[in-house]
Design a protein around this ligand. Sequence first.
Ligand SMILES: Nc1ncnc2c1ncn2[C@@H]1O[C@H](COP(=O)(O)OP(=O)(O)OP(=O)(O)O)[C@@H](O)[C@H]1O
Length: 218
Amino acid sequence: MSLLEFSHVSFTRENRALVNDLSLSIEAGDFLSIVGPSGSGKSTLLRLCCHLISPTEGTIRFHGQDLMRFNPMELRKQISYCFQMPYLFGDTVRNNLEYPFSLRNKPVDPDRLEELFAAFQMSTSNLEKEIQHLSGGEKQRIALMRSIVFQPEILLLDEVTSALDVANTQIVEKVIEALNQAGITILWITHNPEQSRKYANKILTIDTGEIRSLEAIR
Ligand SMILES: Nc1ncnc2c1ncn2[C@@H]1O[C@H](COP(=O)(O)OP(=O)(O)OP(=O)(O)O)[C@@H](O)[C@H]1O
């Protein structure tokens, strides 16, 4: 059984199919790069994967069960989505990174937070920084940290290095590679051709909401 299975999935808005009759199997441990022109439906596909939106036709199965039947809050603990435009709330970085603990009724684990900052080669002094004072690149990394405080089964990444310099892009790529090596399934939208081939085992190319190719490269 595939981990995530799209079967003839369409998502239509205003008489336009943003995703059109898409069938795709994602296996546990896959690292799938998703590429395609702007507006081709890549983010729409990721939104469907974590039930931010529902298919207008077709079915999506997660562990063989209809994804639409999962409790959305529970689902998003297992399938974590890191947005293209990082959305941070509250006043500080700490508010954001402590949120996943409160969501699970767990005490904050300072060691886990330290581990995350170490992985991203950032100082823990950033915890007290106000959101409004963060750079675009800092926001991207904090949003990514928040989505992996507790490791999800599937991590959905939407151009998560677009605001980063070369050095920080490499750091983030290494973090993501390590997550995949630890067994997390990754779906990563990227516009960078080199990045799309570096770590992925499969490359999905979509255009006008349809699959153009699915290439196994490892
Ligand atoms: N809820 C919606 N209602 C109507 N149109 C939408 C909606 N969501 C997305 N679109 C449109 O659907 C198309 C696909 O959008 P999507 O964000 O999935 O593309 P993308 O491939 O991720 O693009 P980019 O690479 O520029 O981020 C775009 O033309 C977008 O304007």
